[in-house]
Design a protein around this ligand. Structure first.
Ligand code: HEM
Length: 131
């Protein structure tokens, strides 16, 4: 068995994201979003999400877009429910744990959790029907 190491390179992040999407696509709750409900150009999308995590985890400022904006638009087509964020986060954290261990791996999980919480609030926080 391989000894797990920490996330230190862009190649590590690529490996994480590729495995994460394999899991996401099979997920009973959110898989449908990634397998046809909205058109996703994967050749375009994967490098962007890798840029996003490289910016956060390796301090290389390669991601210049606004990820919240992308999800606002998505939310108009498919309302992003609280449970969807829970599934997303669980899969992200379990993929990190499956592949890596260390300070940056932990940072990936804590950042994912805080961004998911902010995103979920921005999508659903004003929905009075939930109160
Ligand atoms: C319910 C949870 C989520 C779902 C269903 C979801 C789904 C998606 C989909 C379908 C896209 C592609 C949109 C497109 O190309 O038009 C996307 C893009 C993206 N997502 Fe998410 N997402 C979720 C949560 C998150 C979270 C919590 C993060 C960050 C921690 C995140 C980071 C990103 C980034 C960086 C992109 C690329 C944005 C860009 O084009 O610049 N997502 N997401």
């Amino acid at each position: 068995m391989d000894i797990k190491k920490d996330i230190t390179t862009r190649a590590d992040i690529e490996k994480l994201i590729v495995q994460f999407y394999e899991a996401v696509k099979k997920d009973p709750a959110i898989g449908f979003i990634f397998t046809g409900a909205v058109p996703i150009n994967w050749e375009h999308h994967v490098p962007l999400i890798v840029d996003f995590w490289e910016t956060i985890l390796l301090d290389n400022m390669v991601y210049k877009k606004n990820a919240m904006e992308v999800h606002y638009n998505l939310n108009k087509k498919i309302p992003l429910k609280k449970e969807y964020f829970a599934s997303w986060l669980l899969l992200f954290c379990s993929t990190v744990d499956d592949l890596f261990t260390g300070k940056t791996a932990t940072l990936a999980k804590t950042r994912a959790a805080s961004i998911a919480a902010v995103m979920e609030f921005k999508m659903n926080g004003n929905d009075k029907s939930r109160l």
